[in-house]
Design a protein around this ligand. Structure first.
Ligand code: PFF
Length: 357
């Protein structure tokens, strides 16, 4: 049975849900690390230019395609031209893969929230946090269970539908995210010596304005804005015809960049002060190894750690929800499955893929 098409209850709800999709692990986990790896201000400049010159038009195009066709990503491209249907399928496959990996990292984040909620640092001395993370993530069952817990939370929201589930949750979680982030920024920039980190973040070294930096910024911008995979096609299809999409896309791009910038402000100075510039470019394990070690050297570091991982959790949850929703919209609209059935059909094979990481 095909369900009645969903719609956002308010434009604010839509903007917060779409910003919730855009603001995710990419902003808080990846962005500060990339700023470090690509040399600070030069990367920031390239990133912001790309967001507004390339990301914004692409997002507006996706939202418009969704609203014009009133369909999921596969249906939308098929409606534009049956030969373009494959573009929709590429989107679905990409989302499926991203979600399987997102749940693994979401599970790690949940674990760290629980550790910090217990009220103590969990390592002693340099290297202890890296050892802890390597041991934890290599365990056969525990990380899987945390990942599954994260996925179940997404499912609980998504099966309630667009306005009753995703929109309602985003309206609570996004303000909470800003509040947590603002607190972390205030703490970070008022540390003695924070100026060094800020100079690194905003100072532009012309030698770093290279093709490499540009390509790094391009990949980061597309991932961070959730464009190029059909999420915004799906979210756009729920927007009433009376709303101004250009304004909404502008708000989403601004909110996403603001969170990336604030995350940089929250993370770069404290890492700079405690661990030096070398620690900045640590890729994947940055949040789970370098940061807890940094937190352990800060006064009030347990609380900072708790707030940081809670923030990361909120950001990851709203992004994962948007990915799940886009896949479910495809299954319910194209095959007529009920929402719950579509969700289960999707998450069971996905859990196996997650287990493989
Ligand atoms: N934009 C999210 C982030 O920055 O973490 C990740 C993401 C969500 C990417 C949805 C792609 C997507 F379709």
């Amino acid at each position: 049975m095909t369900e009645k098409r969903h719609q956002w209850a308010s434009n604010l709800g839509f903007i917060l849900a779409a910003a919730g999709s855009a603001v995710g692990l990419g902003n808080i986990w990846k962005f500060p690390g990339k700023v470090g790896a690509y040399g600070g201000g030069a990367f920031l400049l390239c990133y912001l230019l790309i967001v507004f010159l390339v990301g914004f038009p692409v997002m507006l195009a996706e939202l418009s395609i969704g609203r014009a066709t009133q369909k999921n990503v596969v249906g939308a491209f098929r409606t534009l031209n049956p030969r373009w249907r494959f573009a929709g399928y590429i989107g679905i496959v990409t989302l499926f893969v991203i979600l399987s990996y997102y749940c693994v990292v979401g599970g790690w984040v949940l674990k760290y929230v629980q550790i910090y909620a217990a009220g103590a640092h969990f390592g002693a001395g340099p290297g202890a946090y890296a050892d802890y993370f390597s041991t934890f993530s290599a365990r056969p069952v525990e990380p899987l269970l945390w990942g599954l817990g994260f996925l179940v939370l997404c499912i609980v929201v998504v099966v309630r539908g667009v306005s009753q589930g995703i929109e309602k949750v985003s309206k609570v979680l996004m303000p909470l995210l800003f509040l947590l982030l603002a607190g972390l920024v205030v703490y970070s920039v008022t540390r003695p010596g924070a100026g060094e980190g800020l100079r690194f973040l905003f100072g532009i070294d012309p030698a770093r304005l290279s093709g490499d930096t540009l390509v790094g910024a391009l990949g980061q911008a597309f991932f961070s804005l959730s464009v190029g995979m059909g999420i915004m096609v799906t979210y756009g299809s729920y927007v009433p015809r009376t709303e101004n999409l250009a304004k909404s896309a502008g708000c989403i791009c601004i909110l996403d960049s603001l969170v990336a910038l604030l995350s940089g402000l929250a993370i770069v100075p404290v890492v700079y002060i405690t661990a030096g510039p070398e620690a900045m470019g640590m890729g994947g394990g940055f949040a789970f190894m370098a940061l807890p070690e940094v937190f352990s050297r800060l006064p009030g570091g347990v609380f900072f750690g708790f707030a940081f991982f809670l923030l990361l959790f909120v950001a990851a949850l709203t992004s994962a929800i948007s990915i799940l929703e886009s896949c479910i919209a495809w299954l319910t609209e194209e095959f007529g499955f009920a929402r719950l059935k579509a969700t289960l059909l999707l998450v069971i094979p996905m859990s196996f893929l997650s287990a493989g990481y």
